[in-house]
Design a binder for this molecule. Structure first.
Ligand SMILES: *Cc1c(COP(=O)(O)O)cnc(C)c1O
Length: 363
């Protein structure tokens, strides 16, 4: 068996320890004589799994009691519709568009009401986070929406926007559990787990209780109402049971690493190695305004598409997988989520240095 360094943006690397544990429990989960995949979601064993997952997540993120944690399906993309369907009481919402995912959410909201683009960084290919200290927040906005970490472009909100008292809604798919957050600053936090927490198919929604109401847009399907999931503790129908089980293991792994303060320090250390190299390199450069750089997704280019392609190919042969940039940006992107070991980043930088030397000599 040999594992590669997997820099995929998602689905992405998971802690090896978690995968091993899941493998051990595959055929017989703790004396039940069956796999978690084969188990009733109403069984005692599964009840423990989902309840522990929730309580570990609450502990990790220090989630206040007046917030519900919902384990749902449909990908992060389904939330693009679910959020307006449930929260757009006045049919007005403000969107800060800092990348493709925020743009998709904004476009989806336009189906349901008046969505206002109150800030954007599209003018410079989303390579920065716009100033959000004096936003033209709409008086009757039901919420202000952000994508907190822009997976494709590699930018991150370092300070939350001033929403002038309006409810903040955030897509944290690609920065989920990468650092501590103050949940009380948000009305709703959500993320697809396949970037930093678990297998695709699970979406976690953390929502303040007063936002969970019967008063949803007409025609909202039962399955797309937060209330139905909240009232049934995420067991209204069969949840993505195996995926939640893996998420639970990752939560325990994070607690063992020392929680979110510790993982943040580790993530900063990893990102610094890569960014420091990009800043001094004569071949590679980062594509994002320095103060807005993400700890999780690091896009970079050589400036020469052929050289970029050669780099991706040679890197792959050397055991560094999925470094090709998103198809809309080109170049390279290294996603260095929680489970990417420091050693993976160090070795990547060594490889980049070698590549640089080789390719500068021949010019
Ligand atoms: C990947 C991603 C999405 C889309 O997730 P799906 O689960 O594929 O719908 C949305 N937002 C962000 C920030 C992402 O990184």
């Amino acid at each position: 068996m040999s594992r590669v360094y997997n820099f995929s943006a998602g689905p992405a690397v998971l802690p090896e320890e978690v995968l091993r544990e899941a493998a051990e429990e595959m055929l017989d989960y703790r004396g039940t004589g069956m796999s978690v995949m084969e188990m009733s979601h109403r069984s005692k064993a599964y009840e423990t799994i989902i309840q522990e997952a929730e309580s570990d997540l609450r502990e990790l993120m220090n989630i206040p009691d007046n917030y519900k944690v919902l384990f749902q399906q449909g990908g992060a993309s389904q939330q693009f519709a679910m959020i307006p369907m449930n929260l757009m009481k006045n049919r007005v919402a403000d969107y800060i568009v800092t990348g493709q995912w925020a743009k998709k959410a904004y476009e989806e909201a336009c189906i349901y009401g008046k969505a206002n683009k109150i800030a954007s960084s599209e003018d410079k290919t989303f390579s920065y986070i716009p100033d959000c200290s004096h936003l033209p927040v709409s008086e009757d906005a039901d919420y202000v929406y952000i994508c907190e970490n822009n997976t494709i472009y590699g930018t991150k909100f370092k300070t939350l926007p001033d929403t002038k008292g309006k409810t903040l809604v955030a897509d944290v798919s690609s920065c989920f559990l990468s650092e501590p957050v103050d949940v009380s600053k948000y009305g709703l936090i959500y993320g697809g787990v396949q970037k930093n927490i678990g297998p695709a198919g699970v979406v976690i929604v953390i929502i303040r209780e007063d936002l969970i109401t019967e008063d949803v847009l007409p025609g909202t399907p039962t399955m797309l109402r937060y209330k139905i999931h909240a009232d049934n503790a995420s067991l209204y129908n069969t949840p993505p049971a195996y995926g939640i089980y893996i998420c639970g293991k990752v939560f325990k792994w994070l607690k063992k690493q020392g929680g979110l303060e510790a993982i943040k320090a580790y993530n900063e250390k990893k990102a610094k190695i890569l960014y420091d190299f990009l800043d001094e390199s004569r071949l590679f450069r980062g594509t994002v305004r320095k103060e807005d750089r993400s700890l999780m997704n690091v896009p970079f280019v050589t400036g020469n598409p052929e050289l970029d392609a050669a780099f991706v190919k040679e890197a792959r042969e050397a055991g560094f997988e999925n470094l090709k940039g998103h198809r809309s940006v080109g170049g390279m992107r290294a996603s260095i989520y929680n489970a990417m070991p420091l050693e993976g980043v160090e070795k990547l930088v060594e490889f980049m240095k070698d590549f640089e030397e080789k390719n500068l000599c021949t010019e």
